[in-house]
Design a protein around this ligand. Structure first.
Ligand SMILES: *Cc1c(COP(=O)(O)O)cnc(C)c1O
Length: 243
């Protein structure tokens, strides 16, 4: 007889929807909401959560970590814009463009590869520029960001639609570092938009920042863990009711 036990996780999509409505009530109707559904919706079912959000109008964007995650959502019939949150290898870009997945671009090499992918796919590559404001892992430096925006604006087949950053310690009890990051990001986003010559979608708020840093909400918020009912850290204030 097998010694394996069957484990069931029952997901209440209505609770996820209520969490999204609570976030909307907090951030207001004019801001967009991107829900992070990477890693199979943090184990809750990326397709099911995305379908619920699209059908109920509780999110405007979906966020994934990998190209196959984005392709999976398109194959399931999801129509919402999808942002790939991290960097992309050049050889993965064409598949992303063909699936209509918006790419995060962090370097001039990636910018050129996105243009090449657009040419190969025969359709424009939608991109958001990612700035590193202190995480020290992914993104162009603040100093180099305007030059990258200029380059992206000049490349044929590339449509620059947004600028963003990641706030790795927004859930910490001490808000100082994240406050500093937000103010650096706002300045960088201004410089990027000036270089691009137009308004872009400006965004940086993960769950910790949605809960604790109102000044980070900007044009769009990007909650992940909180839509599934969890605060990112026991220290993060419970400013929004979650199921
Ligand atoms: C995963 C991710 C999020 C969501 O993070 P949470 O802490 O789960 O809210 C937001 N932005 C980016 C870039 C991410 O990769």
């Amino acid at each position: 007889m097998s010694l394996l036990y069957a484990t069931h996780a029952r997901i209440h999509l209505g609770n996820v929807r209520d969490n999204l409505r609570a976030i909307r009530a907090a951030v207001g109707p004019s801001r967009k909401v991107l829900i992070a559904v990477k890693a199979n919706g943090y184990g809750h079912g990326a397709v099911e959560v995305s379908r619920m959000a699209e059908a109920s109008g509780t999110a405007e964007w979906l966020g994934v970590a990998t190209v196959p995650e984005g392709v999976q959502l398109r194959e399931a019939g999801l129509r919402l814009p999808i942002l790939k949150l991290g960097p992309t290898f050049p050889w993965e870009m064409q598949a992303a463009v063909e699936a209509g997945v918006t790419l995060a671009v962090c370097s001039s090499e990636e910018a050129d590869a996105a243009a090449e992918a657009a040419r190969a796919a025969g359709r424009p590559a939608s991109v958001h520029l990612k700035v590193d404001t202190g995480m020290g892992r992914v993104g162009v430096t603040q100093e180099e960001a305007p030059a990258l925006a200029l380059r992206l604006s000049a490349l044929p087949g590339v449509e620059l639609g947004g600028v963003f950053t990641h706030l790795p310690v927004s859930d910490a009890a001490d808000p100082a570092w994240t406050r500093e990051q937000i103010s650096r990001f706002r300045a960088a986003a201004e410089a990027v938009q000036e270089a691009a010559g137009r308004r872009l979608l400006v965004h940086c708020a993960n769950s910790g920042a949605v809960l604790a840093h109102e000044s980070s909400w900007l044009d769009m918020v990007r909650p992940g863990i909180m839509i599934y009912g969890f605060r990112p850290d026991a220290e993060t204030p419970a400013t929004i009711p979650l199921k």
